[in-house]
Design a protein around this ligand. Structure first.
Ligand SMILES: Cc1ncc(COP(=O)(O)O)c(C=O)c1O
Length: 398
C-alpha cells in the first residue's frame, strides 16, 4: 500500500522514546524523561502575551508562505546584531519549525545522489532528512579526541565531486560542545577550496552559551565573505522555549530562500500567524529572559555534573552550551541486568527505561554508540532522582 519512501522512513527516535515514556507513565510508572530536546520553562510572558494579543486582534489568517514582513525584518535585525551581516526580507524565510526549515532546504538543494557531509554524533533527524531528499548522508565519525567535532582533515577527506552540502550544528545536539573561532577558521580554509559546497549552519542553540558569551562563534563571524554560501538556521523552540508554537527560520542566499519559500507555498503553506506575531515579540524583547534561563542552565549543569561524580562508571562530557549531557557508559559493556546483556548504549537505555523508568537517548541514535544523551532542561530534583536510579541500576548489574 505504501510508497517506497514510506517503507524506508524511520520515525524520529527521540519522539518515539518520548511516546514510549508517556505510555509507561500512563500505566502508572514514575517515569523521568530526559529525552526530549525541550525546555521545561514556560514560553516567556512577552511572547505568550503577544500570542494572545494576536488572537484578540484577529491576526488569525494566512500570511505570506515565507512569513510576515515584520517577523522577517525582526530576524534580519537580529542577524545584523549577531553577525554584522545585512539581510533583507528576501533573504529570510520562516516555517513551522526549524525541522521543516532544514527539511525544505535539503529538498531544494539536493538532487538524487548528492552527498551531504555531517559529523557523528549528529542530531538524530539529519540522516533521514537527507535520505528523504534522495541524498546520501556522508557521516564522518568524530570521536572524543576530536571533541566530537569535524576537523579540517576529515572534512577535506570526505569531500567528493558529489558533495553538495556541509551541515553542522554548534552548540551541538547531542554533545553540547561548541566550535571555537579557530576550529571554524580551519574548516573555512577547506570550504574555500570547494566553492560549490553550500554550508548549513544549524544555530538552534546558539544563544544558550555557558561561557558568558551572548552567542556562539559562527562561521559568519570568521568568514563573512562566505555569506553567499551559508544558510543559517534558527528558531523559537529552544532559547525562547516556544517548541509548541512551531516557528523556525533560515537566513541566506536569496536563490535558496526563494526556492524554500516556494516549496513551502506548495506544502505546509504559511506558518501560524499567531505564532509569528509572538515570535516578533520574543526576538525583540526576550533577551533578558534568555539571560535568566542561561544562568539557571549553568546551575543545573553544575548540579548534574557534581551528582554524576557519584557514579564512577559513567563519565560526563561537560557541555559548553545547549542543554544536553553527553555521558560515556562504555565501562558497562558486557554487564547484564537480570540476564539482559549490555552490548550497546541502546541496551543500557532500554534497561534504564523499562526497569528504572528513566528515559534517555542512546548514542546509537546519534550515530555514536557508547554514550547517552540526557537533557538537563528539567528540575534539579528530577535530575537528582534520575541519577539516583541510574546508580541503583548500575549497582544491580552483574
Ligand atoms: C539541532 C536541532 N536542529 C533543529 C531542531 C528543530 O527544532 P524545531 O523544529 O522545534 O524548531 C532541533 C530540535 O530538536 C535541534 O535539536
Amino acid at each position: 500500500m505504501l510508497s517506497k519512501r514510506a517503507q524506508n522512513l524511520k520515525p524520529s527516535p527521540t519522539l518515539f522514546l518520548v511516546a514510549k515514556a508517556k505510555e509507561l507513565q500512563a500505566q502508572g510508572h514514575p517515569v523521568i524523561s530526559l529525552t526530549v530536546g525541550e525546555p521545561d520553562w514556560p514560553t516567556f510572558p512577552v511572547a505568550a502575551k503577544a500570542g494572545q494579543e494576536a488572537i484578540e486582534k484577529g491576526i488569525t489568517k494566512y500570511t505570506p508562505a515565507s512569513g510576515t514582513v515584520e517577523l522577517r525584518q525582526a530576524i534580519a535585525s537580529k542577524m545584523k546584531a549577531d553577525f554584522d551581516v545585512d539581510y533583507g526580507v528576501k533573504n529570510i524565510t520562516v516555517a513551522s519549525g526549524a525541522k521543516f526549515i532544514i527539511f525544505g532546504a535539503l529538498q531544494m538543494l539536493i538532487s538524487p545522489g548528492d552527498e551531504v557531509i555531517i559529523n557523528s554524533p549528529y542530531w538524530v533527524s539529519y540522516p533521514t532528512m537527507i535520505e528523504l531528499a534522495d541524498g546520501v548522508p556522508v557521516i564522518v565519525e568524530c570521536d572524543e579526541k576530536d571533541h566530537f567535532k569535524m576537523t579540517p582533515e576529515k572534512l577535506e577527506r570526505a569531500i567528493t565531486s558529489r558533495t553538495k552540502v556541509f551541515l553542522f550544528c554548534s552548540p551541538s545536539n547531542p554533545t553540547g560542545l561548541v566550535y571555537s573561532k579557530s576550529e571554524l577558521k580551519a574548516l573555512v580554509e577547506v570550504l574555500k577550496k570547494h566553492p560549490d559546497i553550500i554550508i548549513i549552519s544549524d544555530d538552534m542553540y546558539n544563544r544558550l552559551m555557558f561561557d558568558g558569551s551572548k552567542i556562539a562563534h559562527h562561521i559568519l563571524h570568521v568568514a563573512p565573505e562566505l555569506k553567499d554560501r551559508v544558510l543559517c538556521v534558527n528558531g523559537g523552540s529552544k532559547a525562547y522555549s516556544m517548541t509548541g508554537w512551531r516557528i523556525g527560520w533560515a537566513a541566506g542566499p536569496e536563490k535558496i530562500i526563494t526556492a524554500m519559500s516556494d516549496y513551502q507555498s506548495q506544502s505546509t503553506g504559511s506558518p501560524s500567524s499567531i505564532s509569528q506575531y509572538a515570535a516578533v515579540a520574543a526576538i525583540k524583547h526576550a533577551d533578558p529572559d534568555i539571560d535568566e534561563v542561561v544562568k539557571k542552565l549553568i546551575q543545573r549543569k553544575s548540579f548534574a555534573l557534581s551528582e554524576f561524580k557519584k557514579i564512577p562508571q559513567l563519565r560526563v562530557i561537560e557541555p559548553q552550551g545547549a542543554f544536553y549531557l553527553w555521558v560515556e557508559m562504555r565501562s558497562l559493556y558486557g554487564k547484564s541486568y537480570k540476564g539482559q546483556k549490555i552490548l550497546s548504549s541502546k541496551d543500557f537505555a532500554d534497561i534504564l527505561l523499562n526497569h528504572f523508568y528513566v528515559a534517555t537517548v542512546p548514542g546509537n541514535e546519534c550515530g555514536c554508540d557508547g554514550y547517552l544523551r540526557l537533557s538537563f532542561a528539567c528540575t534539579e530534583g528530577e535530575m537528582q532522582e534520575a541519577i539516583r536510579r541510574m546508580a541503583s541500576c548500575i549497582e544491580q548489574l552483574s
